[in-house]
Ligand binder design. Structure first.
Ligand code: BEZ
Ligand code: FE
Length: 277
């Protein structure tokens, strides 16, 4: 394995993976080497450019903390998160589609009684969200678990505030025997993904905007059914066709309806796919 050159090095690296005991790891690494080398060849990558690339990836790592995951953000803006979601969540007609998880889910969100207040003081216009959790044949999924999280009117999730003692605009509800759930919250508004790190630099360098269309995040679970991670997007939002992380699906767009009494309402039913038997 001496005197490798630009024509022989790819096969040499791949040959070095031949004894990888885990077959899937071997497949992933072989393909990754092939594609990385092809990228370098296609673009005639210079040493200075690759040094810049390594500086960028180093900066992405340094930006990560317990409350900030810049690598997820990078995967999101490159469309890689949505591609893996799309490939792995191909569901039968009628089931609610999945979309990106995003970096702002927090485990152990507060439990909220059905009909209760999720906002917990978050700034925004009052909104009532209602819906049902159903199986594909529209049988109600009694007692299904509905977790919701969202940004406030300033476009920020609770975890983006340094001084917040309590969770806000997130909660876990249990649907009733008819699969129905409802909660009070605030109207979803569009917001920019964080741009104060290297992913923001990348967006600016490529003249891309950082905005996500207004949405609520949901994670819906019920026994015997596949977990659903999705959003509901607000109809009419100006960013529906240019989401910075490519997560919009038309079936997930719903109207937020302004009622005469000043309250806004949003109704959406979730249809879960059964586990394979
Ligand atoms: C979000 O919707 O919370 C989100 C998704 C991807 C990147 C940043 C934020
Ligand atoms: Fe979000």
């Amino acid at each position: 394995m001496r005197n490798l050159n630009q024509d022989t090095i790819t096969q040499a690296v791949i040959a070095g993976l031949v004894d990888t005991p885990d077959a899937r790891l071997k497949e992933l690494m072989t393909s990754l080497v092939q594609h990385l080398h092809a990228f370098a060849r296609d673009t005639r990558l210079t040493e200075a450019e690759w040094a810049l690339g390594i500086d960028f990836l180093t900066a992405v790592g340094h930006q990560c903390s317990p409350t900030r995951q810049e690598f997820i953000l990078l995967s999101d803006v490159l469309g890689l998160s949505m591609l893996t979601v799309a490939m792995n969540n191909d569901k039968p007609q009628g089931c609610t589609e999945s979309t990106v998880f995003g970096p702002f889910h927090v485990p152990n969100a507060p439990r909220v009684p059905n009909g209760g207040d999720v906002a917990q003081g978050a700034a925004g216009q009052p909104c009532l969200v209602r819906g049902r959790v159903l199986s594909r044949d529209h049988t109600p999924l009694a007692g299904a678990c509905v977790e919701v999280w969202q940004a406030d009117a300033q476009g920020k999730y609770d975890v983006q505030y340094e001084d917040l003692a309590q969770p806000r605009a997130r909660g876990v509800l249990q649907a009733d025997v008819q699969g129905r759930f409802e909660f009070h919250t605030i109207v979803a508004e569009p917001y920019p993904i964080p741009t104060d790190g290297p992913v923001g630099d990348l967006l600016r360098a490529t003249q891309r905007h950082p905005w996500r269309p207004a949405h609520l995040h949901f994670m819906v679970t019920a026994p015997g059914h596949q977990n659903l991670i999705t959003h509901v997007f607000r109809d009419g939002d100006p960013y529906l066709d240019s989401d910075a992380v490519y997560g919009v699906r038309q079936s997930l767009v719903a109207p937020w309806v302004q009622q005469a009494d000043g309250l806004c309402t949003m109704d959406f039913d979730f249809v879960l796919n059964a586990n394979p038997s």
